[in-house]
Design a protein around this ligand. Structure first.
Ligand SMILES: [Zn+2]
Length: 283
């Protein structure tokens, strides 16, 4: 697909997240006038998401973002992974939804939505913790009045089981076609903020408010979208098996240099040696 259009999403929005980091990221979006998607956990019970003091006016603040034009997603219910299922995409072997009975999923979604609505938050978008959901999740989402899922690995927006999927394929540099870059501010470091600000400055013309992605007309999943998704998931798998290989990691550490050009010359020149090492290890 020619061209690229993407937006940003911030996961794990809770009353006790790292507010300093969140506000730092918000200042970047404000500077470039970008309105992203945020995933609010309705009733967080995941201790890993706690990163600071509780913000007492949390719900008022989220409502304020909604009024500013930010899009709000319901990010699961309690953000607890209760199964080891990887769901439709297979990106992670842990889920709050995939593998759970249809009735239970429907109830979790309903309770979550009720909390958001009580605070004046209208979420039509669902953000699955761990990108894990199954067919029952999609059915239960439709039952609870959701219209969109911020996930999918195709290069276009697609329709599946009555739900619209807005691709979310990247955590750093967005990929081809339609994409959403997924950011977890709690874990971001100084250099991450600097890097992302530079990236946005250079690529501002490809970035849209998240609402614009919701307006794109979807393709039916069967056909082009399905092919793209399978191809992209396969590419990701290959990339991960290479970058997570110990020999490759050791090689990258050895062939490192603060000079970008030298680093890559050294890495390319060293490739035959790496290939031999990998073959010897395999044998
Ligand atoms: Zn999350």
């Amino acid at each position: 697909m020619a061209g690229r259009v993407f937006s940003y999403r911030l996961d794990d929005i809770t009353e006790d997240m790292d507010w300093e980091k969140f506000l730092r990221m918000k200042a970047v979006f404000d500077r470039f006038q970008i309105k992203p998607l945020i995933g609010v956990v309705p009733c967080n019970r995941d201790p890993k998401l706690k990163a600071g003091a509780v913000r007492q006016d949390f719900w008022d603040y989220v409502r304020g973002l909604q009024n500013e034009g930010w899009t709000i997603a319901q990010h699961g219910y309690e953000h607890l992974y209760t199964t080891k299922e990887s769901g439709l995409l297979g990106l992670k072997n842990a889920s709050e939804f995939a593998g759970v009975s249809y009735e239970e999923q429907r109830e979790k979604l309903r309770l979550g939505k009720e909390i958001l609505q009580k605070h004046g938050i209208q979420a039509e978008v669902f953000m699955a913790p761990g990108h894990t959901y199954d067919e029952n999740t999609v059915k239960a989402l439709a039952e609870n009045g959701f219209c969109y899922v911020t996930d999918g690995y195709a290069d276009c927006v697609y329709r599946l089981h009555g739900m619209t999927f807005i691709p979310c394929k990247s955590a750093g540099i967005p990929s081809a076609g339609v994409d959403t870059v997924c950011l977890h501010v709690n874990g971001m470091q100084e250099e991450d903020f600097e890097e992302i600000e530079r990236f946005i400055e250079r690529n501002r013309s490809d970035i849209v408010d998240y609402k614009k992605l919701l307006e794109l007309s979807p393709l039916e999943y069967a056909g082009t979208a399905e092919k793209q998704e399978k191809r992209n998931l396969w590419k990701r798998k290959v990339k991960h098996s290479i970058t997570r290989n110990e020999t490759v990691q050791e090689y990258l550490r050895q062939h490192n240099n603060s000079n970008f050009l030298w680093k890559w010359i050294s890495r390319i020149v060293g490739l035959p040696g790496l290939a031999v090492k990998l073959l010897v290890k395999k044998a």
